[in-house]
Write a new protein. Sequence first.
Length: 62
Amino acid sequence: MRHSMSVEFGVNKKITKSLKKIKSLFMRLNKGKRLLFADIFMGFTKSITTLIFSTIKSVIRP
């Protein structure tokens, strides 16, 4: 139980790091484009991360 929590935390940290990098990249783009891309990207990553976590959880706790 504890192990799965630490794994999830580590993955969350990595995702947060990459999101920050991407965010700073978007800051350099013009505002209209940035907002559009950010909305699409955030929706995309959220769906993927929830998919990954639900898969991990189902594997750890059958």
